[in-house]
Design a protein around this ligand. Structure first.
Ligand SMILES: NC(=O)c1ccc[n+]([C@@H]2O[C@H](COP(=O)([O-])OP(=O)(O)OC[C@H]3O[C@@H](n4cnc5c(N)ncnc54)[C@H](OP(=O)(O)O)[C@@H]3O)[C@@H](O)[C@H]2O)c1
Length: 295
């Protein structure tokens, strides 16, 4: 089914899942479908969305709709709302999962890509939540599941901007959870540690020590725990004893020790383990001009 289907009659509830064609989002789509929810899946790749929709629908016997859009663009959230309306649905559960990651020295990362990262990881989540939360509150049910990261609990050299977007998501989500407390609406944030998905390779971090040395959970394990605890109404979902320990300990370690240790884990390396070096910088023209002193 696609976004052009126009429906009449009362609206039916649906779970809107962003970034649902692979990784954690795909596994969450299966979990929500298993729970009997009608789905609206969102990602950029139309063909992958259609295939995911067919597979999830066949496996769990629920209706699965999709809308292809780039959530890092300002108009994309309008398209998600339109798709719901056209399919006769309203958003009962919103899963803000889509995100991109970039790794390496900040000054060497492409500026446009960094801005897209902020737009996707933060702006789209805030925009979609602001659109759908008022009706959830009016109905007194439903909820928002924000997919952040363990990285959001700490400053992370070489993934500084990505980690900061996840830190924002954690703080924002916990604050909203308090604001809506008692309304019947759940706002939860899940903070996965490293998961075996393509995210790290797409970011250029597949050889970084945190990927190589830390145990990787599967997206299915993560999604099962996230869905179960979202339905229970947990505010902050940290799965796995090591992740819980890390989230607890980083609060007490002084930055002077913590940040270099995290940098050691997250420094970008090549397949042979060689550390990435910053790109040589061009000297700005004005740096070669000495200030002239007036006698
Ligand atoms: N993997 C980990 O270790 C890990 C750890 C902690 C937290 N997380 C978080 O978990 C979430 C999912 O990560 P993942 O590892 O499953 O990622 P992934 O495998 O790279 O999947 C990302 C999904 O987001 C979609 N997407 C990417 N850019 C998009 C855009 N501009 N607009 C709409 N959709 C877009 C992708 O589909 P298209 O490319 O077709 O758009 C895909 O469906 C993210 O929020 C991530 O930060 C992951």
């Amino acid at each position: 089914m696609n976004e052009s289907d126009e429906r009449q009659g009362p609206l039916a509830p649906a779970a809107v899942i962003t970034g649902a064609t692979q990784g954690i989002g795909r596994a969450l789509a299966d979990e929500f479908a298993k729970g009997g929810h009608t789905l609206l899946l969102v990602a950029r790749d139309e063909a992958k969305l259609a295939k995911t929709g067919r597979e999830v629908s066949a496996a769990h016997h629920v209706k699965v709709h999709h809308v292809a859009c780039d959530l890092s663009t300002a108009e994309s959230c309008d398209r998600v709302e339109d798709a719901l309306r056209r399919n006769g649905l309203y958003c009962e559960s919103l899963v803000n999962n889509a995100a991109i990651m970039r790794a390496g020295f900040f000054q060497d990362q492409d500026r446009e890509t960094l801005l897209k990262l902020v737009d996707l990881n933060v702006r789209a989540a805030v925009d979609l939540t602001r659109r759908f939360l008022p009706d959830m509150l009016a109905r007194g049910r439903g909820g928002v599941l924000n997919v952040a990261s363990l990285e959001g609990f700490m400053p992370v050299p070489y993934q500084a901007t990505y980690a900061a977007t996840k830190g924002l998501m954690i703080a924002w989500s916990r604050a909203l959870a308090w604001e809506v407390y008692g309304s019947g609406v759940r706002i939860c944030v899940v903070t996965p540690g490293p998961i075996a998905t393509d995210l790290h390779a797409k970011a250029g971090a597949e050889h970084s020590r945190y990927v190589v040395y830390l145990p990787l959970m599967t997206p299915e394990q993560m999604a099962e725990a996230a869905y179960r605890r979202f339905m229970r109404g947990n505010w902050v979902i940290i799965e796995g004893w090591l992740n819980r320990l890390i989230a607890f300990v980083v609060r007490f370690v002084p930055g002077i020790m913590l940040i270099p240790a995290i940098g050691w884990f997250f420094r970008v390396r090549d397949a042979d383990g060689n550390l990435q070096q910053p790109k040589p910088l061009k000297k700005p023209e004005d740096a070669s001009r000495r200030p002239t002193s007036k006698a």
